[in-house]
Design a protein around this ligand. Sequence first.
Ligand code: 9PG
Length: 498
Amino acid sequence: MRHVRVRLGDVAVQATAASEPEPVAGGQVLRGLSIAVEAPATPRRFYRHGWQSWSQTRWLAVDEPVAPVPVRDLWVFDDDPVHATAARQGGAVVGAVEDAGGVLILGALGISGRVELADGGLAATSATSDRWFVAYGAEDEVFGAYARLLGEVVGSRDLPDQRVWCSWYSFYADITEPALHKVIDDLAGLAFDVVQVDDGWQRHIGDWEANDAFPSGMPALAERIRGAGLRPGLWLAPFLAHERSRLFRDHPDWMLRDEAGAPVSAGWNWDGRVHAVDVTQPDALGHVVDVLRTAVGWGFDYLKLDFVYAGALPGVRHTDVERHVAYRRAIQAIRDAVGDAVVLLACGAPVVPSLGVFDAIRIGPDVAESWENAEVTRYLHRLAAPQARYAVATSVHRLWLRPLIGTDPDVAYFRTRYCLLNEAQKALITDLTRVCGFRATSDIPATLDQHERDALAAYLTEDVEVRRLDRYRYDIGGREVDFGPVASAAPVLLPVEE
Ligand code: 9PG
């Protein structure tokens, strides 16, 4: 490690690295598994980039206190559990500080790393990448330059704008064959591309076969969707095994283990504990790949792969590779098996390790038919829990990913029934889907009144141009939309009472 001087446009900053800086388009590259860069002026804000889809991503004030999630079982849903109790603010792979003159970015040219707010600058470490991009200037320029380089290193994929009907945010897990048939029929005349069947069709988390609510089976459902002129989409959580699944019971040797030999927890959901499949175990990976090949064989060529952070959790693996490398090899094996024509949407996914393999990724937590779950944020410090407000806030801070992958900000709402969002809140979510080029809803046509149905129909066929004006303001078809009041507000996080 040595002290080096890094010239970044008009300024020069001090850094600690293993090498002298090497100039690249838009900035410099520093080498080392551990790097520190001083900001040219006193930082005011820190850009925290959350580890996985749902993880809080935003510009924090530098004096915002660190507020860990006090419940261990929730860590995996919120961020990288390895850093859940870190003393400093930090994020995954890339970070930045903003001062009065511009933005200093420090980002790994690789799939993993941690960037923390340090005294007067940024400090970073990585187990997989010893090359870091550093630049100083306007936010869109430094993030744009980083995205281009990252794309060269990890890859990117193009996805045309999508128009998706997804079952989750109306039916939740209570989907049935007749209910979906009715929706498919009622979607006639609405210009959707995809009908994506979400959670609720499977026997169990891990047992990826149709349950009793789908008596005709999954191929018949795919055919029904295809017959309506739509692309069949299916949700799976292929790296999870519920404690009561057959997968977990029959294949204990396929589970990721901790140092003591116990199966690693991937969280608590579906009324029980879920465990992580060890995707480096060849038979386990072979099984996962078979499951997805089977889903494609049923006729589904749009797959939403959810809770896939489970492939990158810390633990003892069959093959001793870094956890993000394990994840990436597994998703690459899936891509190789299903081919390029299948759309793969990542959800609950470590973001940068998903680039180049997935076509699209959820870039924020779940929306919900209510704006905010104040207890959950205040007392549990959870910004990754389903709530529309933080879904918008996190997604807005991930738009720099757009050149590398399709960006899914979750669904828009056109309905008034079964929805507590007000018109302004619904409009803001809808505008975000326009910026993202990913139009989705779960609204059941039969619950919409004529006016709402017309609005949905127009939304699906509209051709609007979107132009970024600044960090939070966009021109959307001639209207100026400001995400700032929602995206930049600091959440109220109360201290945990002893
Ligand atoms: C299906 C859902 C939908 C949704 C996904 C994902 O933090 N949490 O506890 C948490 C639970 C569920 C969740 C996200 C976060 O939702 O994002 O679109 O597919 O699974 O179960």
